[in-house]
Design a protein around this ligand. Sequence first.
Ligand SMILES: NC(=O)c1ccc[n+]([C@@H]2O[C@H](COP(=O)([O-])OP(=O)(O)OC[C@H]3O[C@@H](n4cnc5c(N)ncnc54)[C@H](OP(=O)(O)O)[C@@H]3O)[C@@H](O)[C@H]2O)c1
Length: 330
Amino acid sequence: MASSVKAIQIAAPGGPEVMKLVELPLGDPGPGEVRVRHHACGLNYIDVYHRTGLYGLPMPLTLGMEAAGVVEAVGSEVTHLRPGDRCAYASQPPGAYSEARVLPAKCVVRLPDAIDFETGAAMMLKGLTAQYLLKRTLPQGGLQPGDYVLFHAVAGGVGLIAAQWARALGLQLIGTAGTDEKCAIARQHGAAHAINYRSEDFVARVKEITGGKGVKVVYDGVGRDTFERSLDCLRPFGLMASYGNASGPVAPLNIGTLGAKGSLYVTRPTLFTHIATRESTQAMADDLFAVVSSGQVRIPVERRYALADVAQAHRDLEARATVGCSVLLP
Ligand SMILES: NC(=O)c1ccc[n+]([C@@H]2O[C@H](COP(=O)([O-])OP(=O)(O)OC[C@H]3O[C@@H](n4cnc5c(N)ncnc54)[C@H](OP(=O)(O)O)[C@@H]3O)[C@@H](O)[C@H]2O)c1
């Protein structure tokens, strides 16, 4: 069935204004692929990196990594989905800022009936990230209830999901955020402590909260502005998990620093390694659906934008004006 859909595309990297609403052809799924009609699309900071060219993807590029909707057609070799299934995904390659698309079926999972499309669109990339950080990106010996962890930008999309999930795991999550209001929201979502890192010295506050010991792991999606000082928040043998760069890329690391600061570990994980197979994607999604269905984690969809207003959504995200998750409605 050949038809066309509206989608957001860029011809070259740039500011929010380079995103254009275009008409693209929509084909049938090939082997191992599905066609999904989107009901809602997720907004993620990685979309900004794709738009600005930080991650150097080929152009022209249809943006967007996360959505929920209904399966329209399945290609050969696809056994876990059928036309009519409600579904959601976080995917490589991009293309979710669209009314419908064809993509690899291994990224796509069935969405439980109790989870609405907006929640599904907001929770996959960000929720699966919180999942692999808290469950699979661990310091030596793992994390036990009562342990302190530091989570930067805790009032953001990944952050508010992680704060609630950490509380459910019995962890003492210390969050950072850019305003006192965001700190209050983080506490309401399960952060044991919240530090305004624009007005307070977060290293000193972490030392104070942990009785001078430091945390076992830092989850850092902020990057340039927080990486170096985060190393000073860690206990000996602690883990620095640098998983994003909202403030800019992290400067090259002198590996000797890790010895001097207490035999530290550092990792730079990405979700896409974790969801490389259909099996791992489903296992992680099942874990996420369980905490959401139990009510332990509520997906905070705070803003909705029409797909055509995506430039405003990017401006708000980059201006640090958003809290929790935002969705785009095609
Ligand atoms: N590696 C992975 O697998 C993976 C997967 C998903 C997301 N991520 C990363 O996780 C981070 C959070 O993603 P998200 O989509 O949930 O975004 P988000 O947290 O909703 O938004 C980014 C937040 O970063 C903070 N920030 C600090 N300095 C900033 C600056 N100079 N410019 C803009 N924001 C700044 C802001 O919060 P404050 O105002 O409170 O500082 C802002 O709200 C991003 O770095 C993203 O790339 C990584």
